[in-house]
Design a protein around this ligand. Structure first.
Ligand code: ZN
Ligand code: ZN
Length: 112
């Protein structure tokens, strides 16, 4: 007979956790802490699983980045160098004007 029937699976890390230990409906205390700032469980691991919240130590990639302090930044190109090869934008020469020759050469043959 399981000690705690109210175990859920974390949406973030996929670990099973004890629902009564987490403030979030679908997140283990660990993920709820790093994602939303809820108080974390003071994990006490035994045989690879926290005896308090049943978290098994799984960490999603996203939470892993949060833990390491390297939160993903939004800036795509941090170094935006303004000078790109020093090529002034010069419009191409258009020689089309005034080159119209002839027009319509009318050949009127008067055959009589
Ligand atoms: Zn989790
Ligand atoms: Zn725990």
């Amino acid at each position: 007979m399981p000690e705690s029937p109210l175990t859920k699976q974390c949406d973030e890390c996929g670990s099973v956790y004890r629902a009564s230990k987490s403030q979030m409906a679908a997140l283990c205390p660990e993920c709820a802490h790093y994602l939303y700032g809820y108080p974390n469980c003071a994990h006490e691991f035994e045989h690879g699983r926290c005896v308090l919240c049943h978290w098994d130590g799984s960490v999603s990639d996203y939470v892993k980045t949060l833990k390491s302090g390297n939160a993903p930044v939004d800036t795509e190109f941090p170094d935006k160098s303004g000078s790109r090869d020093g090529c002034p934008s010069r419009p191409p020469h258009h020689l089309a004007s005034g080159a119209a020759l002839g027009g319509s050469a009318k050949r009127s043959k008067l055959g009589s």
